[in-house]
Design a binder for this molecule. Sequence first.
Ligand code: SAM
Ligand code: GLN
Length: 279
Amino acid sequence: MTVTEILKSATARLVDGNIDSPRLDAEVLLAHVLNCRRLDLYVDAQKILPLEKILRFNDLISRRLEKIPVAYLTGTREFMGLNFSVTPDVLIPRPDTEILTEFVGEFLRTRGNSTFADIGTGSGAICVSIAKFIKTARAVAVDVSPKALAVAELNARKFYVDDRIEFFCGDLFSPLEGKIFDAIVSNPPYIPTGDLPTLQAEVQSEPTLALDGGLDGLNFYRRLAEASPKFLATGGLLAVEIGINQASTVKEIFTRAAFADVEILRDLSGLERVVAATI
Ligand code: SAM
Ligand code: GLN
């Protein structure tokens, strides 16, 4: 079988299985098995594939049909131009989170030697990217899941920023008593508990701990707003990602917690994505 033929048959299987982006997923998985770039699949379209590669690819397609996300099958996902390692113990980093990451990175750049805390670090996507791009920044990263922290630490080593990030396991700020930061960044769980069963099957295969924001989805914003001031330097920044229709309530929560200049930022598709405020 050639590359072209196997991609065609795998795409047809994924279409039948109601997978959202069948051709793209088939290409990403085949490139993973062949250890090449997606572009190379076009260059080598007529190449005959060894049986062992065909079997491995078909097995991945079968698992994709069980709605396992592509990133869990390949073990990687690109974020901020970096190829992050991911496992089913972490949320798969979303392009939506790049705006929060860039915003906090720019804020830290203006403050020179600076420190920040990434609360609910998951794969480490946010703190590792900021540390990679802002060489003057140092971070602490917290997660309640030890397995997620192991992935974050792996990513910090992978991108050579492990000397500037300290990792702590615990509930929100509990491991950070007495520390002061220039910025606190978080993409907390924000899905209302009752909505979890309605999520796409792929999202449901991500850790519930990474998604469940409590009854109204806003638990973590209330806790972050209340606890943050004592961990922030004067003029320090609290910036969080938010879900659909949460902007105005989160803005209100921050304002009530005595934050000033509460700003709402939109993502590239025009959706309200980030609430940021200084103290
Ligand atoms: N920062 C990553 C990103 O943006 O891709 C992961 C964000 S994920 C939505 C939220 C993370 O918060 C998960 O890794 C979860 O384990 C962690 N988390 C949940 N409850 C927590 C708590 N009480 N304290 C600290 N981390 C928590
Ligand atoms: N953005 C995730 C989703 O697609 C939710 C992540 C979170 O709760 N922070 O549903």
